[in-house]
Ligand binder design. Structure first.
Ligand code: FE2
Length: 374
């Protein structure tokens, strides 16, 4: 499948230097149980906690870590809490994509000056381990970017959190860092958010998939991949497109009741081992038809991995000019068919698996059909 590579814009000064993803916060119905799930099933470790025992009266937050990935799982303690409203509307989902910066006050100034809607005014949080400065801007739907500046902080996570030492520590599954986070936005809204990332955040559009590339036989969508200057942070943006059947993006928008994060891609260096372990722990993945593997090597050329384990596990392969990648997608992580994880191993490739879209959409379409949403 063809991919449009757009990289013609003149290099500009990076007014919003980003060091990477700081954390991803989910609002969930029961953070205590969700933390157990992400530890047990995905191999995250207990890192930090905030709640009534630490003086936070209205919510509980569990912070989990695996290598460089930090997840925060937050639940409200009262029905009148704004987080409870968020949950009622959206179900479990991603609230915050936090970005690690050197200057959170400047990040706020630079982005709001360029038109970002403030989400959280710059603030300085401190405890005996130092200080953290944060600020935030509004993203699509009710999602937000929080800028986190932690160069003067030695604590476990953020002021207000205490270390969470647990006697229950399932082993890692080899997940290392956040590769990208994808947003689903409404009909004809993709280019608005592309402009937001370009103008407000100083990102570039590095890849575009239009609805002709993503076959209209299947769940049609359009997608543009936005990357920051150093490439550490990538946010593809999807919008639904007209197809013969209901777009998977439409299904998401219907069940999330608005725009939001569709998936987080988590990187591993050993995808066969990682996915084997995740399956053993009960994680369910999308199944592509086994015929996908019949002509795989003629499509992607030589790969280091044996074909058989990839086929048994349902791992997909795609190649671009710079190398290849292996990827697989979980089923939704909650009952609403909304957010899911991608597990990805890059072997040179910097693209996103466009060659797998058709096989993948057939698999998604099958799941939509089972849910009666096609
Ligand atoms: Fe992805």
């Amino acid at each position: 499948m063809e991919t449009l590579i757009i990289d013609q814009q003149p290099k500009a000064i990076d007014f919003l230097p980003l060091n990477g993803t700081d954390y991803v916060e989910f609002y969930v119905g029961n953070a205590k149980q969700a933390a157990h799930f992400y530890k047990t099933a995905f191999g995250f470790q207990s890192l930090a906690y905030a709640g009534p025992e630490t003086g936070v009266r209205d919510r509980a937050s569990y912070v989990l870590k695996q290598d460089k990935i930090r997840l925060v799982l937050t639940s409200p303690l009262h029905s009148a809490h704004p987080i409870a409203e968020h949950l009622k509307k959206h179900g479990d989902g991603v609230k915050v994509l936090a970005l690690w910066v050197d200057d959170a006050y400047d990040a706020f100034e630079q982005t709001t000056r360029r038109g970002a809607e403030p989400y959280q005014q710059p603030q300085t949080l401190s405890d005996e381990h130092g200080e953290v400065r944060t600020s935030g801007i509004q993203l699509y739907g009710e999602t937000a970017h929080i800028f986190v500046e932690r160069k003067n902080y030695k604590g476990i996570f953020l002021p207000g959190y205490r270390e969470w030492k647990s006697p229950y520590n399932p082993t890692s599954t080899g997940l290392m860092h956040v590769d990208h986070c994808v947003g689903n936005v409404g009909w004809h809204k993709m280019n608005n958010w592309v402009s937001f990332y370009e103008q407000v955040m100083g990102f570039k559009n590095i890849l575009t998939f239009d609805d002709k590339m993503i076959s209209t036989e299947y769940s049609a969508l359009m997608s543009k991949v936005m990357s920051n200057g150093n490439g550490y942070v990538k946010f593809p943006i999807n919008e639904p497109a007209e197809g013969k059947k209901k777009s998977q993006i439409e299904e998401y928008l219907e069940f999330y009741e608005g725009e939001g994060v569709q998936h987080m891609a988590l990187a591993t260096d050993h995808i066969v081992e990682t996915v084997t372990e995740l399956r053993n722990r009960g994680i369910e993945f999308l199944h592509v038809p086994t015929t996908y593997y019949d002509d795989l090597l003629s499509r992607v050329g030589h790969i280091d991995e044996d074909l058989e384990p990839l086929k048994n596990l349902g791992i997909l392969v795609d190649r671009d000019d710079e190398g290849y990648l292996l990827q697989i997608f979980t089923k939704p992580l909650q009952d609403r068919p909304t957010v899911f994880f991608e597990i990805i191993q890059r072997k040179g490739a910097r693209s996103f698996g466009a060659g797998n879209f058709k096989a993948l959409f057939e698999a998604i379409e099958h799941e939509q059909e089972l849910r009666g949403n096609l």
